[in-house]
Every structure is written in C-alpha cells, then in structure tokens.
Design a binder for this molecule. Structure first.
Ligand code: LER
Ligand code: MN
Length: 271
C-alpha cells in the first residue's frame, strides 16, 4: 500500500524552502499524526544536531515512521556538494551525507541525495562531475545497504542542477553503478518541469522508483496547482509502488492548511 508522509524542516536557515512543517518537532509530529500521515520526512541541519532519543520517543508516541531524511542542508548551509572541484569539499560532503545515512538508517529510513549532487561548471566537465558522483554513490550505496535501507537519488530540474534532470538521466546513472542499492526519488515538482509525461516517466522508472515527493506543479501542496494526481496514482499503482508519497511542498497558505490539503489530495488519489 502506498504510504503518506509530510516534511518537517529543523533548519530555520532553510527558510523559504519547500517544507510543510517548520521546527517544533513535537508539535509537528502531533499534527502529522492527527491528520493521519503514516510518516514524516525530516530535513535536518546535520546528523550531529539531532537527538535520536527524542525522535524515537516522538515517533513511537504518535505511531509515525521516519519516511526519509534529506541531506540538502549540506548544500544550503555549508555549500558542500559531491561534485565540487575541491576534493576537500567533496570529502566533507560525503562525510555529511554518511552521517545522515547512518542516522536515518538506524530508524529504518533512507537518506536522500538531491541538491548535494551539485553541478558541473568552470573547468569541470560533465563526465568528470558524473565520475565523482558515481564514486560517491558506490561508497554510499553499500553503506545504506548495511543499514538495511536503499539510498535515494533525486533528479532535479534544470534551474537546480545540470547533471541529472529526468528519470531517464537517473536510470542511466543507476545503470552505470555496481551498487544496486540506489533508488530514484521522483519529485513531481521537478518532473513537471522536465518530463514529457510524468506518468510515463514513473512507469519507465518502475521498480527503481523508491520515494515520491508529493507536491503540485507550482510547489504548493497537492491540489493547489494543475497536476493530474489521478494519472500519477494510476502510474504508481501500475509499477507496484509501495513506498511513501511525501509532501515536500511550500507551507502555503500556512503549515496547517498545507498539511490538511495534502491529506485531502492523498486520500482522493490513493485511498
Ligand atoms: C529536495 O528534495 C529538492 O527537491 C530540491 O529542490 C531542493 O529543495
Ligand atoms: Mn524534492
């Protein structure tokens, strides 16, 4: 069965980002549980700044699962990326992501590599950037596997990266990896910009689709734009998807209304 999740940002410095709930982990978990979400996706400033005991207690209290954890704060807050020309920055980027892989993994949840893929520019060719990216994924895929979880890789739209923009790009990247533990994260907002057909792209992704960012065409909560969620739901059912569709959306018009609207749209599409 396809499961619901909602994002919580614990990084106030990421203000303006596409997260439904902001801060107040206890209050956000309570709201997510009351609205009927199966899980929460946490965007943390770093693994070191998280309190595992507190998170474990809140998830148990509210019968929520940790759906996934983002690593984008490594880019947003520290300007780390796996394809930076400076090898010291690439090493720190890996260290940052490894921390999240281990932390999320201890909750049975996968880490997400989105913004941390970086981009190629200046003297760095696309081939060189992809080689660095593959090298990192070959190390991190098995690390996630040791925790019993996949590693999620997210294609992003052209305004955020020039490396992996589509499901087809993502599948080509996965094909060239020895590790088979990397799955794709299909973010409907990015797909709306890059794919010819979102439903056909999800079908092409098939068993390689591991997680979905559930959001409308304008990055507002599902139901506030022109995305046809019935086509998305049909494609996900066809590929036998049983992971999370997780609301990574702007808190429009506010967090509470965004979470409610997401749940209404989730039930309409998937229940
Ligand atoms: C991360 O999940 C994402 O979608 C990127 O656009 C960073 O915000
Ligand atoms: Mn996303």
């Amino acid at each position: 069965m396809i499961k619901s999740s909602v994002t919580i940002s614990l990084a106030p410095q990421a203000k303006g980002g596409p997260f439904v709930f902001w801060g107040d982990l206890a209050g956000s978990c309570a709201r997510a549980a009351t609205l009927g979400f199966d899980g929460v996706e946490i965007f943390a400033p770093s693994a070191e700044e998280l309190d595992a005991r507190e998170i474990k207690q809140l998830l148990a209290q509210h019968r929520l699962k940790l759906a996934a954890m983002g690593t984008g704060a490594g880019w947003v807050l520290q300007k780390l990326r796996l394809t930076d020309p400076d090898s010291a920055v690439r090493t720190r980027a890996r260290h940052f992501i490894n921390g999240i892989i281990d932390f999320a993994g201890s909750f049975g949840a996968p880490a997400i590599i989105g913004s941390m893929q970086g981009r190629f520019e200046g003297d760095v060719t696309r081939e060189q950037a992809l080689a660095w990216l593959r090298e990192a994924l070959e190390q991190m895929g098995p690390r996630a596997h040791a925790c019993g979880v996949p590693l999620l890789f997210e294609p992003l739209n052209r305004y955020e990266t020039n490396l992996i923009n589509t499901v087809a790009d993502g599948l080509e990247l996965l094909r060239t990896l020895r590790t088979k533990n990397v799955k794709l994260l299909s973010d409907l907002f990015h797909m709306n910009i890059e794919e010819i057909s979102i439903a056909d792209a999800l079908r092409a992704g098939g068993q390689n689709v591991g997680h979905v960012h559930f959001v409308d065409s304008n990055r507002r909560p599902a139901g506030n734009g022109h995305m046809d969620f019935s086509l998305v739901a049909q494609a996900l059912r066809e590929i036998g998807f049983s992971g999370y569709v997780s609301a990574e959306a702007l808190p429009f018009p506010d967090s509470e209304a965004a979470a409610q609207q997401t749940m209404t749209s989730f039930k309409r599409a998937f229940r």
